[in-house]
Design a protein around this ligand. Structure first.
Ligand code: GLA
Length: 388
């Protein structure tokens, strides 16, 4: 199946947790269509954990919760499809899901056949309650096989949180995307730590097997199931979305898209940032600098180690993206000397820069372009080679 770009969509978990229903899923899909998310590329609508009864039926099949989903799953899938989306569901490689519902260990082929019959196009496959005596890679291979045996194209979104260094083998057992980190919480420390932990592993991420650093929290502002600690502000959400796009990670929305603040809605639909994420070459960024940020004020200067990050991503058509990140709590400058990305002064070329936030033309620069950032702030530029 064609998963040649990082998958984009929405998942119920971050905001709604177990409070899910037919009405929530269909109204979310409707809002995603009306508010422009579908046109921006978000095509999967995914129900996470807690959709079934606590026990399998006497026939061994998982039973959708008749209170949450009174029409059954096929009717929900049909409505989601009719709105132009693909439909996703959730199970787990262990004996129970993380929420304590029936999971697919030793039921892989039965459950996959049910998902296919309901019209599922995407399966998120979690890792709670996994038997110690069982083999993780083999069970992910088993579910991949079970999905193929259905004859339906189903995107396999593995989610073992990076266990056994999943980035080294998940693609080879059939996963189209693989969660490589623990769960995101809606705060700066959580998402920045998650992204930083995978920087070096993105060279193994690419078409048909993307490293997944979890669903976004952009736009949640402390409301929802994964709210913990100090909620993010606009500046921090920009940094989160910029990191995901610079890395070329899957973009699965976690906020309530029916009621987004205008800033978050515009950010999540920013065509320049999405274009960076979805570039056809799917190259991971070069890590140009990962190091200190120096903050200077009336009290002198102070160094913040491991707080600065400069990423340079080669796009198709001789375009590039430059990402500057300041993970410190205070302001500082994040550098970029073009020679460190292969463009020395002597080349006779400079970079014509555009700010990805608003499309503003920053002119042609030769040699270097450093950026002053507030604490937790980031900036993304699109660059084109130009003779100077
Ligand atoms: C795990 C996953 C989350 C979510 C929950 C559901 O924690 O990592 O993304 O699916 O389970 O219970």
């Amino acid at each position: 199946m064609n998963v040649s770009r990082p998958p984009m969509g929405w998942n119920s978990w971050n905001t709604f947790g177990s409070s899910i229903s037919d009405e929530l899923i269909v109204s979310t899909a409707r809002a995603m269509k009306e508010k422009g998310y579908l046109d921006a590329g978000y095509e999967y609508v995914v129900i996470d954990d807690c959709w079934s009864l606590r026990e399998r039926g006497a026939d061994g099949h998982i039973v959708p919760d008749p209170v949450k989903f009174p029409r059954g799953m096929k009717a929900v899938a049909d409505d989601v499809h009719a709105l132009g989306f693909k439909f996703g569901m959730y199970s787990c490689a262990g004996v129970q899901t993380c929420g304590g519902y029936p999971a697919s260990y030793d039921h892989e082929f039965t459950d996959a056949a049910d998902f296919a019959a309901w019209g599922v196009d995407y399966l998120k496959y979690d890792f709670c309650n996994f038997p110690a005596a069982a083999d993780g890679p083999n069970r992910y291979a088993t579910m991949s096989m079970a999905l193929k045996a259905t004859g339906r194209d189903i995107l396999f979104a593995a989610c073992n949180w990076g266990t056994d260094e999943s980035w080294k083998w998940m693609k080879s057992v059939g996963a189209h995307m693989y969660r490589s980190t623990g769960d995101i919480a809606d705060n700066f420390q959580s998402f920045s730590g998650i992204a930083k932990s995978q920087l070096e592993n993105f060279c193994m991420s690419g078409p048909y097997g993307f490293n997944d650093i979890d669903m976004l929290t952009v736009g949640m502002y402390g409301k929802g199931n994964v709210s913990l600690g100090k909620a993010c502000d606009d500046r921090e959400y920009y940094t989160q979305f910029a990191l995901w796009c610079m890395l070329g990670a899957p973009l699965m929305l976690g906020g309530d898209v029916r009621n987004m603040r205008p800033f978050a809605e515009a950010l999540l639909q920013n065509p320049r940032l999405i274009r960076i994420d979805q570039d056809e070459e799917c190259r991971p960024p070069q890590i140009v600098y990962r190091g200190r940020v120096v903050h200077t004020d009336e009290n002198g200067w102070k160094e913040y180690p491991d707080a600065g990050l400069t990423l340079f991503k080669r796009l198709s058509d001789n375009e590039f993206a430059v990402g500057y990140f300041n993970f410190a709590d205070v302001s500082g400058e994040v550098p970029f000397i073009f020679a460190d990305a292969g463009l020395p002064y002597q080349s006779g070329f400079g970079l014509h820069l555009t700010d990805a936030a608003d499309g503003r033309d920053l002119g042609v620069h030769r040699d270097y372009f450093h950026t002053k950032l507030e604490g937790h702030e980031s900036r993304v530029l699109i660059a084109r080679l130009e003779r100077v």
